[in-house]
Design a protein around this ligand. Sequence first.
Ligand code: UDP
Length: 327
Amino acid sequence: MKNILVTGGAGYIGSHACKALRTAGFVPVTFDNLVTGWQDAVKFGPFVKGDLLDRGAVDAVFAQYAPVAVMHFAALSQVGESMQEPGRYWRNNVVGSLNLIEAAAAAGCTDIVFSSTCATYGDQDNVVLDESCAQRPINPYGASKRAIEEILRSFEDAHGIKHVIFRYFNVAGADPDGEVGEFHQPETHLIPLMLDAVDGKRDALTIYGTDYDTPDGTCIRDYVHVCDLVDAHVLGLEWLRAGKGSRVFNLGTGSGFTVREVIDQSALVTNRTVPVVEGPRREGDCTKLVSGSTRAERELGWKPVRSSLSSMITDAWRWHQTGTYTA
Ligand code: UDP
């Protein structure tokens, strides 16, 4: 069985990726500092607690497990927080990734699947967001991810690192079997916050801005189910292992929904009222982020099958009611 090093394997997307990797016949080796991840979420392979800022620890995990490839999820990922603490974002995301990529090159592990973001595109009204679109991030989170993409490209030239970069749109939902799900502390993402408001764990959901230039004044996002997203990662890994070379793929469905549309769908799925209050814009938010690309479908053969808004909210709601991590 082939080991895959999964940084951030104790996090929301990383834990779902570990399950998908195990299903595909790989051994996911989680490397995670547990700052935002949960040891309870590591269910599908070995766990190494460590920090990417500790180069010695990164070298040690390559030496111990000899992974054939890396899936790199570990990152700080909150837009708002990145506006308040840019230094933390640059250090953690960029320096940590540099350590990882250098260690991979030194270990001769040359296939890396990287978790990037549509936030690297920034606010580009009326521009179709495909992979050739200019990257003009408007927050340090997006800028840090763009920088890591550049590091990967320069390491390909110098050290033969092959990479599949996935630029995610908004990831939602949970494992339909309920083994893993989304659990952040503190929570900042729209759907889990909304479900908290639905079942009284918080008073109301605050809508961040109602004066955007969109049909109902709220931001538009392209939501993709976490299980569909991680399936693409397994396809990306197979792409690299087949020697097809470095490539960038957007991962979104091409359909955009406003915050109010997501709220309305949640009311339908849960059959409850979503208490909301209207608030000011959140600093760093783009008006509209919707993928305009079908490259992943065409080239990787990716087929999102659970990414309707109702499926994502149904799975998130099931997890919300039954799943939790404590450690
Ligand atoms: N949002 C909101 N209230 C919240 C959290 C998020 O109105 O409490 C909005 C946010 O402005 C954005 C969308 O919901 O337009 C998705 O935000 P999220 O933080 O889930 O993901 P992001 O787009 O920042 O990656």
